[in-house]
Design a protein around this ligand. Sequence first.
Ligand SMILES: [Mn+2]
Length: 349
Amino acid sequence: MKLSFRWYGESDPVSLEYISQIPGMRSIVSAVYDVKPGEVWPEESLAKMKKQCEDHGLIFDVVESIPVSEDIKLGKENRDHLLDVYCENIRRCAKYGVKCVTYNFMPVFDWTRTQLDKKAPDGSTSLVMYWDQMKGLDPLKDDINLPGWDASYTRDEIKRLFVAYEELGEDGLWENLEYFLKKVIPVAEECGVVMAIHPDDPPYPIFGLPRIITCEKNLDRMLAIYDSPANSLCLCTGSLGCANFNNIPAMVRKYSAMGRIGFMHIRNVKIMEDGSFEERAHLSGCGSLDMYEIVRALVETGFDGYVRPDHGRMIWGETGKPGYGLYDRALGATYINGLFEACEKALKK
Ligand SMILES: [Mn+2]
């Protein structure tokens, strides 16, 4: 496996120097943040990112994400233009050494939490989603201001999007994903890039918006649309794992054996009795997921793709971007290294 770490560019309070000090760290996962979604990424930005990483002994070879415009997801008339831009961005990333591009196909917003700094008894804070804080909220009536929601939308725009997705429904979203894949994957194949779709977070409908990258049956369907190693998964254990119906070690084993996992996001999550969930420390004992079984599944199937610790808690007084502090993600990386070393040595015996 290739150990990686997400970095938000020069505005990230976590420096490349600090990231490079994490044992075994190899790759930087980043994106171009200085243009709007739907625009072509300047080559200078990619060249600069590559150089900055190299200066710290790191490799910039994973992009997270090239965002997919709502108009592509909705199948609007201008999608062909937006897809041309999308493909051009894949080509440009490849030119600067990128091997894996992550994206998602979630309508309107990327992820849903009700609080970003929920304090645990030990004083650490993390992201949580509690159903009792979601109940009664209606995006068509209320001014919803949940963390993770794109604040650039006006209330009217949000309402229009909700209506458009209601009309589109799950079937329509599948059709538009198919259209996207059939345009994009051949380009990725041509330039040696693996496209890795991130599952919906959480993996079930929120406020009636359709969600399709949610479970084994749907992942099978997504991979079958375009049968190529370039059409792969970013298997996020925490996103799929906040629903009890997903058996994460079994899914990891299956898709890794198929050679269809380009990127692993490894983190732990605790599912509560009512389906609410809390992001927890990476250690198996801290959440609902068995991290040892997840890593064993990867090792035993010969996984050689990218791995990164995903969201961490805020600990030791650190402040910064919720989920993306240095300390707890570095602890996660070290734990992941330990699991891999143990599983690899056990396999050789
Ligand atoms: Mn993730």
